[in-house]
Design a protein around this ligand. Structure first.
Ligand SMILES: [Zn+2]
Length: 348
């Protein structure tokens, strides 16, 4: 790998033949057979609901969107689907990836993958669609649990940091999501209130006193629909449903930012800060310091064996630990499965 010095490393499916044989086998015989279920969440897909940055830019104010996305999707993958081996990775720039690596998951067809992404998608419609979330009267447990997660962040994230009801321009976007019959009332009263927190309280009070009409649901549904439109994860469907899609390898270097694509510890996702993730130059500097210090101590000892472990002495170490823990669990469950199989065979 070092000799080839690749510009980037993408990971795709396991194929029926070796990659270099793909032109030599019979047409159609070269088939993707297994692949992790992957998710790609990109901040650019939230441009209509974040007010701090746009396109490739991110900041600490909008990063909460990724924190909520990880909590919501990870909970569902674990509790609703029973998937055990999930690795979350920072992409190095403006988003996150998730790799689900359970053996049974790797063999899923595209149709089943599409079904899973469909289950996990609530925000629908492109740029021209204003209202992107429509809840049915009976709330699915997945939706309810997702709302409960969003509720923990909504005030700080949406009302304070994003200030989504700050001025007429911003609240007009929210008015577009509620029935026209209450627009005027809300407009007038929003002007009387001083900040997003007060205006949100007023909005909640108004819609809960409103009767449901045939086409417009009011009450808590409407409140939840707005919260979901502003906070619910937006998945890149095509990345997840295909079995041929490629995704950047964990620990690769993002070409634009120089940041390392590092695994995220889900237990500590609220503390994860993309701006403190090591870059290729910061790692090189650290390695230089380590080698000069060690060179002073004992020049003869700096053999190859020593150097291979050097990365563990850099600020990459905690991220590598997360990755190793993930691999260890995967290995344990693989060995467990093999043992079960051999026990079953003995029974006969
Ligand atoms: Zn931002």
């Amino acid at each position: 790998m070092q000799k080839m010095n690749p510009y980037k490393i993408d990971i795709g499916a396991v194929y029926s033949h070796r990659p270099n044989q793909h032109n030599t086998v019979k047409l159609g015989a070269f088939q993707a057979q297994e692949k992790e279920l992957v998710f790609d969440i990109d901040m650019t897909d939230y441009d209509d609901v974040r007010r701090c940055c746009s396109s490739a830019d991110i900041c600490s104010k909008c990063w909460t969107l990724m924190t909520m996305a990880i909590h919501i999707i990870d909970r569902a993958l674990k509790e609703d689907f029973g998937f055990k081996h999930r690795l979350w990775v920072y992409s190095g720039r403006r988003g996150v990836h998730c790799w689900v690596c359970d053996e049974s998951v790797r063999k899923l067809s595209s149709a089943v993958r599409s079904g899973i992404v469909e289950y996990l998608s609530l925000v629908k419609g492109g740029q021209d669609v204003k209202k992107k979330v429509h809840l049915s009267e009976k709330i699915h447990p997945f939706v309810r649990k997702s709302i409960n997660i969003i509720k923990k962040y909504f005030e700080d994230y949406a009302l304070v940091d994003q200030d989504i009801l700050e001025n007429k321009e911003s609240w007009d976007k929210i008015l577009a999501l509620v029935p026209e019959t209450i627009h005027e009332k809300l407009q007038q009263n929003f002007q009387k209130h001083h900040n997003s927190l007060q205006r949100w309280e007023y909005l909640k009070k108004t819609i809960s006193s409103q009767d449901n009409t045939k086409n417009d649901k009011c009450g808590p549904w409407l409140e939840w629909e707005i919260m979901l439109q502003y906070c619910f994860p937006r998945l890149d469907i095509n990345v997840s449903k295909g079995i041929n899609h490629l995704l950047k390898s964990p620990f690769s270097v993002h070409p634009k930012t120089g940041r390392i694509s590092v695994p995220i510890d889900v237990q500590k996702v609220d503390q994860f800060d993309p701006f403190t993730v090591p870059t290729i130059s910061s790692i090189c500097r650290e390695l230089d310091t380590i080698s000069t210090n060690e060179g002073k101590r004992n020049e003869a000892e700096s053999d190859i064996k020593h150097r291979t472990r050097d990365y563990k002495k850099t600020s990459l170490a905690p991220y590598i630990k997360v990755f190793e823990q993930f691999l260890e669990n995967l290995d344990k469950s693989r060995k467990g499965e093999l043992l079960k199989k051999s026990d079953l065979q003995k029974d006969f």
